[in-house]
Design a protein around this ligand. Structure first.
Ligand SMILES: Nc1ncnc2c1ncn2[C@@H]1O[C@H](COP(=O)(O)OP(=O)(O)OP(=O)(O)O)[C@@H](O)[C@H]1O
Length: 573
């Protein structure tokens, strides 16, 4: 029997799995179980299928009990068989038991007595091997421990330089170019201190005024020593938030480009009457990224798939901020940084520049005259752009909205709010039409986060789920997989009675987890590093209720009607 004779639903899923996940020998073993009679299918890349009888002794092998991953189509169940390499060896008579067999999570007793979703969440949320950002290291808190390279960017508040540890540079080899990310893997943000006048408590003042910058640094509260009373930095690192190593106050160096680029921030400036004997400023040491999103969109060609992956990562960053009540408040494309090794690779994305951040455990601000409401006026959400003092301003969904505007920039290369529209006055129907090649659920999610009224705005967790789910292998098939959704309205009660949908969620997550685990032993180009991390990030914040709500976006349904234009037309008639 060839694969062609297997039901089309199962075949499509099998092909998708097989075309993305192959083991080192180029084979992927799947068990496709017709409802009536089991058959075993060996898939090779290109989805050629050959049915083989799996030896009897192998089917008693406990490894096969790992078959927990099921995707139901109308007639067939497709089950990836445990660890692919292991099965391959067993299937072809190999004797060696691979080392990683013992570490397979499905053999371990679950940490909590919970379901698949919770176990997967636990695995992907806590293991370093799926989350590079969890790797810990300490960096020195003094400038003399580092070698400063060339300038890689500057803004109104800081200049950023390539950086490496002194110890990394003294290997006797020819001096490496500071343009080289490997030679200078760190970045130093030298904050502009415009107050070099002689005064007491210089250090306290610097930490207090510039401390918000450190919101992504989990140990910032310790460094700040209560200088900003209610400061609450993010509790942990996140793959889509700029990775900060440390921050310290040290003497201000006059670097070669300083007089040209930021003369007014130098202690030599004529405006000071009496200058500090040892002028100081705040330095932040970060991981160095390759370029800004703005430069990437301008200079690099990228596929729609890559751009969808960027939007999904951006939303993951926003979800993390939202869940920890931090508002970045300056979401623009030169504050989004990307890293990648080779051209054409899908970049990893981080949100950076927290100089305007609100990080005190609350999104609500008592807005008084003269108070700063964040960075760029054009990237402020409507409720912030329209706020007038005195009033209470709620920033909870401001970053989500700004990320929506950025997703237009990612998809169309043009942020409609930089030049064409104003966030204070735009009508939802005036937003640019997104490409037909973009999946409908993603388009609907963008519409949802661009809602003017924050009460109607889509929560970032749901939007992130929609962007991510549509990128995963089964994304295109979700509609087939959830027939129960096709005609019925989404009702809370439905969930109680529909254990079937819960099973689909379990199956979907199991497949995703299996694919992601397997992908670590497959060649890199099958699933990019950024996508693997995105999967881990998505799985580490799984929430059944949010998943349930997100699946509704994959129903066939009429486009969400946008408010504004129709009513205007009617009133005009
Ligand atoms: N970690 C990093 N790796 C590589 N480049 C970086 C990094 N951090 C910042 N940059 C570059 O430096 C530029 C300025 O950094 P940043 O936006 O943080 O400064 P700023 O003065 O706070 O900016 P703004 O004027 O927007 O407030 C960025 O646009 C980017 O090009």
């Amino acid at each position: 029997m060839s694969l062609n004779r297997i039901g089309t639903g199962a075949m499509r899923i099998a092909q998708q799995v097989a075309s993305r996940v192959v083991n080192h020998n180029g084979t992927w073993l799947l068990k496709i179980v017709p409802r009536i009679r089991p058959a075993h299918v060996l898939l090779t890349p290109g989805a050629q299928a050959v049915v083989r009888a799996i030896p009897r002794q192998l089917s008693r092998n406990p490894l096969l009990r790992m078959v927990q991953m099921t995707i139901r189509s109308s007639r067939y169940i497709v089950r990836p068989l445990s660890n692919i390499a292991m099965n391959h060896r067993a299937f072809f008579g190999g004797q060696d038991r691979p080392r990683y067999a013992r570490r397979q999570f499905l053999f371990k007793p679950p940490r909590h007595n919970q379901g698949i979703v919770e176990r997967v969440k636990d695995l992907f949320g806590t293991k370093e091997r799926y989350n590079e950002h969890l790797k810990k290291g300490t960096l020195p808190d003094r400038l003399s421990a580092y070698e400063i390279g060339g300038n890689i960017g500057y803004g109104c508040n800081a200049a950023v330089y390539a950086l490496r540890l002194q110890s990394d540079g003294v290997d006797g080899s020819a001096p490496a170019s500071d343009k080289d990310l490997k030679a200078y893997p760190l970045a130093l943000k030298l904050m502009f201190n415009y107050e070099h006048d002689r005064r007491s408590n210089v250090e306290d003042g610097l930490w207090r005024e510039m401390g918000a910058e450190l919101a992504p640094l989990p140990r910032a509260a310790k460094l700040l020593k209560g200088r900003i009373g209610d400061f609450r930095p993010l509790p942990s690192t996140h793959p889509n938030i700029v990775h900060m190593g440390t921050a310290f106050v040290d003497s201000m160096p006059i670097l070669p480009d300083a007089r040209l680029r930021y003369p007014e921030a130098l202690p030599t400036s004529v405006m000071y009457e009496a200058i500090e004997p040892d002028p100081k400023t705040l330095f932040v040491v970060m991981r160095r990224y390759r370029m800004t999103l703005q430069a990437y969109l301008r200079e690099q060609k990228s596929s729609l798939w890559a751009r969808r992956a960027l939007v999904a990562q951006l939303m993951e960053g926003v979800v993390f901020l939202y869940n920890h009540k931090v508002a970045q408040r300056d979401m623009k494309s030169d504050n989004i940084l990307l890293s990648y090794d080779t051209d054409g690779e899908i970049p990893q994305l981080v949100i950076s520049d927290f100089g305007c951040a609100l990080a005190n455990g609350s999104f609500v601000v008592d807005y008084k005259d003269g108070m700063c409401l964040g960075g760029n006026l054009r990237t402020r959400a409507p409720e912030i752009a329209l706020a007038r003092a005195p009033s209470v301003v709620d920033f909870s969904l401001a970053d989500t909205w700004a990320a929506g505007a950025l997703s237009y920039e990612i998809f169309t290369k043009l942020n409609p709010f930089y030049s064409v529209l104003s966030s204070a006055t735009y009508k939802e129907c005036e937003l640019p039409v997104l490409s037909d090649r973009l999946p409908e659920p993603s388009k609907r999610a963008v519409e949802g986060i661009m809602r003017r009224d924050p009460k109607e705005r889509l929560l970032p967790g749901i939007a992130a789920n929609v962007f991510s789910l549509s990128l995963f292998r089964f994304g295109a098939d979700l509609q087939d997989l959830i027939p129960a959704f096709a005609s019925e309205p989404l009702a809370k009660e439905m969930r109680k009675v529909s254990s079937r949908i819960e099973r689909i969620i379990d199956d979907m997550i199991s497949l995703l987890a299996a694919e992601t685990i397997s992908a670590r032993i497959t060649p890199r180009d099958l699933i990019s590093r950024a996508e693997l991390q995105l999967r881990a990030t998505f799985m580490s914040r799984l929430n059944r209720d949010e998943l349930w709500e997100s699946l509704a976006f994959f129903r066939e349904s009429p486009p969400v009607s946008s408010s504004g234009c129709e009513s205007d037309n009617e009133s005009a008639v």
